[in-house]
Design a protein around this ligand. Sequence first.
Ligand SMILES: [Zn+2]
Length: 234
Amino acid sequence: MRILAIGAHPDDLEILCGGTLARYVDEGHEVTMAMVANGDLGSFVHDREEIAGLRAEEARASAGVAGAEHVGLGVSDGEVNAASPEQRRLVVDLVREVGPDVIITHAPNDYMTDHNEVSKLVFDTSFLATLPLLETAHPHHGTVTPLFYMDTVTGLQFDPTEYVDISGHLETKLEMFSQHRTQLEWLRDHDGVDMLEQLRAVARFRGLQCGVDYAEGFRPCNVWLRATTTRLLP
Ligand SMILES: [Zn+2]
């Protein structure tokens, strides 16, 4: 299968579904990790251009740890907007280029606007990508792709209905996040968080819910044309 994971910022996919993506790759699937925004507001010490460049390098390194492809759409932080015609075309074209069997993105109710706008942007455009009269650089995608929402940050207001056992991939998830060196510092200084500790704790908590050591939680976007009888998560 081809899996397209679309997060708001560089590091979101690692935090919210990195173990699952690493497991997909290990099981022989092709994974593309896409970030809509470039992370250019996530620093106390660099200017916007510098931090965006550093974060693109970090995201590429992280995708390399998982064995995934990396794509950045280059929208500035804080400006992700599901109603933007330009951003809608970018994501339509991404879906058409990758041709995914499964899409993973943010839950609609996460803690900050870019995440929630990406959720809506992906919901809207993964349908629009199937319409042949909507012309972009790539031809239309054949089917409306099943969509899964990944956990919210720390799991607040998110009840998973699907779990992925990442007990064998927790260390890879932590190694992926560790590539985001600027964010280990940023999250400590801006949010008072040791993110590696947080990732381990959340994965353990989700694991306790489903009877394994470590897990990640998901919910399917269960609407017409997206529902399926096939297990699409690892
Ligand atoms: Zn984010």
